[in-house]
Design a protein around this ligand. Structure first.
Ligand code: FAD
Length: 489
């Protein structure tokens, strides 16, 4: 059969390997790390297990689809459950709110706790669903770089709705218009961070995101987020995909305008097809350095990054759930620091993800595994050691104020991930979590296509190309890319 080589075993690289194996290709995956999954990996130490990167799981059917394609029953290999509580929110003034996945219950909770009429919440979520219905088929599920996308009947229906899709105001402006409660505005503005953007710059179109959580649902894999990676690796292997770990690719071989293989460890590997899952910017700088560079796309501003403390905590906090947010007092200032000043505000919003709430064996008895994260700017050469020391102090002080507990003496294990290590471990440009930011309304058109217009038989997938970052969009990128590849059978 024909050979397909995949560079990188991130979620999109894994999905591409499965899709091409199903199409009849002989597939090999080259991965620089000793382990698969890229950002979707895990950390194990002293009786604790942490999901290293993504913690929110939406659109599980995109994972299941891969098992079905291979003729298997997804439930036999990968199981997950729907969350009752999407997130618990905490504010400095003692206010607390549970975002129930059930929309009516959530709307009622908002009315009781924040005084905003339940009807307005339901209305806002309907608006979210409207954007999803009109944009997903066009902007998320197809290539934007093929004429047929723009001349389809779906496209026509979307053009007619353009005015209502929020391209001409910011996310925050839209939320300020529909809600009075500053806390509710903050809660809805937070969705900009789901793709590493700034609610005060990103178009209101991004109000599509709450629909993913409330309309389509938030889930948790029974064995943790990392099981998405492990299950897909198993599936790929069962289809004959070969994995080369500790095998960094140095170059994509191009002859007469056509990809003909790659170089790894100084050795040439020929192929009929190459799929790149490495961050697009770094791929052009290294693997494709001899080729024409798409300058405009390479210079697009990147999404934010993250600072994460993985803490083994010797106490159980019954008020905490799987997803928890301790909100900052001045959200605008916080984002100004991240996106304009390139630094960290002294009062950051703290996200605490605790998988041991769902999966008790992720922490020893009487303990919890805290994935404690704040949004930070991408790496522009800041003095990270100093910023991290300062941020750690501020995070602990905030936890003390809001949860009334001095956490420091309860921390028995600590590991840290910052923009520099995100970059070095996954080759993501500037340690950005989601490739380009969506801070301007043309962002969707300034992502690299899922194929190369210069080099035949070279395809692109992953969070740095169309349609964008996050697990669902990365999976869709592989679907779009492989959809363009002819079957080898
Ligand atoms: P990546 O995960 O970026 O992996 C790329 C792989 O390619 C790596 O394994 C790398 O080693 C390998 N590679 C790179 N260069 C080479 C080379 N030259 N040769 C060989 N191998 C190479 N998404 C969500 O949906 N929900 C969340 O809650 C969420 N939270 C996040 C939190 C954090 C802290 C982070 C870091 C990300 C989060 N994301 C979340 C985003 C999500 O993780 C990514 O969008 C997604 O995992 C990207 O997948 P990818 O296929 O682009 O590959």
């Amino acid at each position: 059969g024909k050979k397909a080589l995949i560079i990188g075993s991130g979620i999109a690289g894994l999905a591409a390997s499965i899709r091409l194996a199903v199409k009849g290709y002989e597939v090999a995956v080259f991965e620089a790390n000793a382990y698969p999954g890229g950002k979707l990996s895990q950390i194990e130490a002293f009786g604790y297990r942490f999901d290293a990167g993504p913690s929110l799981f939406t659109e599980p059917q995109l994972v299941e689809e891969l098992f079905s394609l291979a003729g298997k029953n997804p439930g036999d290999f990968f199981r997950y459950q729907k969350l009752d509580t999407v997130c618990r929110y905490f504010w400095e003034d003692g206010k607390r709110l549970s975002a129930w996945s059930d929309v009516d219950r959530f709307a009622e909770e908002v009315e009781t706790k924040l005084g905003e009429p339940a009807g307005k919440v339901r209305e806002a979520l309907k608006g979210s669903a409207f954007i999803y219905k009109h944009l997903a088929p066009l902007f998320l599920e197809r290539s934007l770089h093929r004429l047929s996308t723009w001349t389809s009947s779906k496209a026509l229906r979307t053009y007619l709705k353009m005015g209502q899709l929020g391209l001409f105001s910011t996310m925050s402006q839209a939320n300020e218009q529909r809600f009075d409660s500053p806390k509710l505005i903050q809660l809805f503005n937070r969705y900009a961070t789901y793709n590493g953007s700034d609610p005060y710059q990103t178009p209101a179109t991004l109000n599509i995101i709450p629909h993913l959580e409330f309309g389509r649902g938030a889930y948790f894999p029974e064995k943790g987020m990392h099981d998405i990676t492990l299950s897909l690796v198993e599936l790929a292997k069962s289809l004959g995909v070969v994995f080369h770990f500790d095998s960094r690719v140095e170059e994509i071989l191009v002859e007469k305008g056509q990809a003909v293989g790659l170089v790894s460890g100084g050795k040439k590997f020929p192929a009929e097809l190459v799929v790149n899952n490495m961050d697009m910017v770094n791929a052009y700088r290294t693997l494709l350095r001899k080729q024409k560079q798409p300058k405009r796309l390479l210079s697009q501003p990147k999404s934010s990054s993250a600072l994460i403390f993985y803490w083994g905590v010797k106490k159980v906090f019954p008020e905490l759930d799987l997803h928890n947010i301790l909100f900052s007092e001045d959200y605008r200032e916080e984002f100004g620091h991240i996106f304009k000043k390139g630094t960290i505000h002294h009062d950051p919003t703290v996200y605490i993800n605790i998988t041991s709430v769902m999966k008790p064996d992720d922490a020893p008895a009487g303990c919890m595994n805290w994935f404690t994260m704040i949004n930070v700017p991408n790496n522009q050469g800041q003095n990270w050691d100093a910023l991290i020391t300062e941020a750690r102090k501020n995070i602990l002080a905030k936890i003390h104020r809001i949860l009334k507990t001095d956490l420091e003496p309860l921390i028995e294990l600590e590991q840290v991930l910052d923009p520099r290590t995100i970059e070095s471990r996954t080759s993501s440009a500037q340690g950005a979590l989601y490739g380009n930011s969506s801070n301007n309304r043309f962002a969707a058109f300034l992502r690299h296509a899922n194929f190369s217009s210069e080099i035949k038989n070279l395809y692109f997938c992953g969070g740095s190309v169309h349609p964008g970052g996050g697990i669902p969009l990365s999976l869709l990128s592989a679907k779009i890319a492989c959809g363009m590849v002819e079957s080898s059978k």
